[in-house]
Design a protein around this ligand. Structure first.
Ligand code: M6R
Length: 607
């Protein structure tokens, strides 16, 4: 969602704040702003739209000062406008916020009753106004911020800057992540360590409910109860905070191309020395004691869970329930003994997934998370953390995180199958051997890019596109449709091939391309029959299959993409590549903003 940053520095801070915000822009890009204190005077600049508009503004209307806060916004309360852009200000206080203040209406009523006027539609303005009120009643800035924090419900990461205070930032976290960076005679705060990467590698993560008082030379952290809290300082690897496109036109293109490498790393991480079995980090899992797996996630991570359901059920004989977090948490499903709850999240900060995890605490036998950010809230609240090792993913459309999630989930399913005896050791070793070959096969799939680019050019003319898949390829059809709509803005839907004739086939005519994901596996003939039903109604079929599939099912199709042959269990991972490249090149052909598609943000830390 929004990105926040704060700096008590040794140099002019405006350009450094903008640079840090650039690294957070993946969290939101509806507006951006900064505030600084210079000679005791608090001032701010804000601009609607991307960060570049703020940079331009600062060229004409610069801000001086060595202390400041900044914000890049994904709008929740109030449209993207200058008034609604952060930092918000009330008298001597300026505030940046990521999250939602859930009781802002009550607070607004209280403030309005005290005769206070509002100039924005945001929830955040109440934070600034309340702090101002406490200062006017005689509180010092830190005390005023603390009193305000004690009044807030909801999810927030906040940073406060005060007029007349050039060596003070107050920061707080509840539900939204916040990292403190330690410099030499400087102190920083940011939504993540990536924002602070060029400034420091020494990071302290605030815990849930913590507040912090920063000066250039000191950091005091208090827990929710107001007691002094010692939080460990970590030295992070700077390569983990690198943010560049590596010569590609977009982050998404770079992240698609990186997949063979990062998947190879994930595979090596979970294989034992012999390469024939899977090792999980401590405390591990006893799969013989598991009666049921409940998997919960959002968006692409949910489709990874849905794919894994097929693997856990077919390979390991474990019944799996899969749900989107926003539904799961409010449905209040019963969780029986013997249930392991598994949460998948790239960011590890998705608000709904985190809330679903908290719902399962104390009910499920174990809470397991499959995350890309090991320091994230979801990881920290899990009994067992399984990192996917995809490296930083910046493109809003998730690509390499998805295939790394699939890879790790498949390896867990194979381990479960070995322990439960549903596969022999040799069968598991054979699958793992095929998996070790996967990075090479993925490289071969990436070589189909020019074909996919040409097809995408035609797809970009379409208004609606359908995706079909059967069995384990059905979740991938859903993921392919999600990827396409989120970056090309073309309406795309996915169906289980066999379900088409129960209604959706009414959508098919000569204007609707239908992408069929069908490797030559045990369900191929059935999928091809469904494809014929589409073609009989003039549907334009793009068949993505292997050479055998193309020769058996390719007659009369609009176009075919021929993929390398792979063990059927690995098809969803391999066929992610054409699904991603189709979405990418269709978006490029349409000229949309691939890395920062409209209305979206990378990390969804609000409900
Ligand atoms: O960080 P998470 O994996 O929890 O994020 C979940 C979804 O918000 C995310 O996968 C979203 O659907 C992506 N934009 C898809 O490309």
């Amino acid at each position: 969602m929004c990105g926040i940053v704060g700096i008590l520095g040794g140099h002019e801070v405006a350009p450094i704040l903008v640079e840090a915000l650039k690294r957070l822009e993946y969290r939101g890009y509806d507006s951006a702003g900064i505030a600084t204190v210079h000679d005791g005077v608090l001032e701010r600049r804000r601009a609607v739209g991307k960060l570049v508009n703020l940079s331009d503004l600062l060229v004409h209307d610069p801000l001086q000062g060595k202390s400041g806060i900044g914000h890049t916004r994904w709008a929740t309360h109030g449209a993207p406008s200058i008034d609604n852009a952060h930092p918000h200000r009330a008298g001597p206080v300026s505030v940046v916020h990521n999250g939602i203040i859930e009781n802002f209406r009550e607070l607004r009523e209280e403030l309005a009753a005290a005769g206070i006027q509002f100039v924005t539609e945001t929830d955040t303005e109440t934070v600034a106004l309340l702090t101002q009120l406490y200062i006017e009643k005689g509180a010092q800035p830190v005390e005023a911020a603390r009193k305000t924090l004690s009044r807030l419900d909801g999810a927030f990461a906040l940073a406060f800057l005060f007029e007349g205070e050039e060596d003070l930032i107050v920061a707080a976290r509840k539900g939204s992540p916040l990292a403190i960076g330690h410099g030499d005679g400087e102190m920083f705060v940011g939504s993540d360590a990536i924002a602070l990467g060029p400034l420091t590698d020494r990071i302290t993560y605030l815990e849930e409910g913590d507040s912090a008082v920063l000066t250039r030379t000191s950091l005091e952290i208090r827990n929710e109860a107001g007691e002094i809290a010692n939080r460990e300082m970590q030295t992070i690897r700077l390569d983990q905070t690198r943010v560049d496109k590596g010569g590609h036109k977009h982050f998404m293109a770079k992240e698609i191309a990186e997949q063979p490498t990062v998947i190879g790393e994930a595979i090596r991480h979970y294989l034992d020395n012999t390469g024939a079995s899977v090792v999980l980090p401590d405390p591990g899992l006893d799969f013989t004691q598991i009666d049921r797996l409940t998997m919960v996630a959002c968006g692409t991570a949910y489709y990874a869970c849905f794919t894994a359901k097929y693997w856990f059920e077919q390979l390991a004989g474990i019944p799996v329930e899969v749900d989107v977090a926003s539904e799961f948490r409010y449905r209040e499903p019963p969780i029986s003994k013997g249930t392991v709850a598994l949460f998948v999240s790239q960011s590890g900060e998705t608000a709904d997934t985190l809330a679903a995890l908290r719902y399962c605490e104390g009910k499920a036998d174990k809470i397991v998370s499959v995350v890309n950010v090991p320091e994230s809230s979801i990881a920290r609240e899990s009994d067992l953390v399984l990192p996917i090792l995809a490296g930083t993913e910046i493109g809003v459309a998730s690509t390499k995180a998805f295939t790394c999630q699939l890879t790790v989930l498949l390896m867990i399913a194979l381990k479960a199958a070995a322990e439960r005896g549903t596969m022999t050791a040799q069968e598991v070793a054979d699958k793992l051997s095929a998996l070790r070959m996967l990075p090479g096969v993925m490289n071969a799939a990436l070589e189909r890019e020019s074909t996919l680019q040409a097809v995408s050019h035609n797809l970009s003319e379409a208004r609606d596109i359908l995706f079909l898949g059967r069995g384990v390829m059905y979740p991938l059809a859903l993921e392919g449709a999600l990827k396409l709509k989120e970056i090309s803005y073309i309406h795309a839907e996915a169906y289980a091939s066999g379900e088409l004739k129960h209604g959706p086939i009414a959508l098919v005519d000569e204007h609707v391309p239908v992408v069929v994901l069908a490797p030559r596996d045990s369900l191929f003939d059935k999928t091809i029959s469904n494809m014929q039903e589409v073609m009989a109604r003039n549907g334009k079929v793009l068949l993505i299959t292997d050479a055998e599939g193309a020769s058996q099912g390719g007659d009369g199709v609009w176009d075919t993409v021929v993929m390398p042959v792979v063990d059927p269990v690995l098809s969803p991972i391999l066929y992610s590549i054409p699904a991603q490249l189709l979405a990418y090149h269709t978006a490029v052909a349409k000229g949309t903003d691939v890395d920062q598609p409209r209305n979206l943000a990378k990390s969804v830390t609000v409900e």
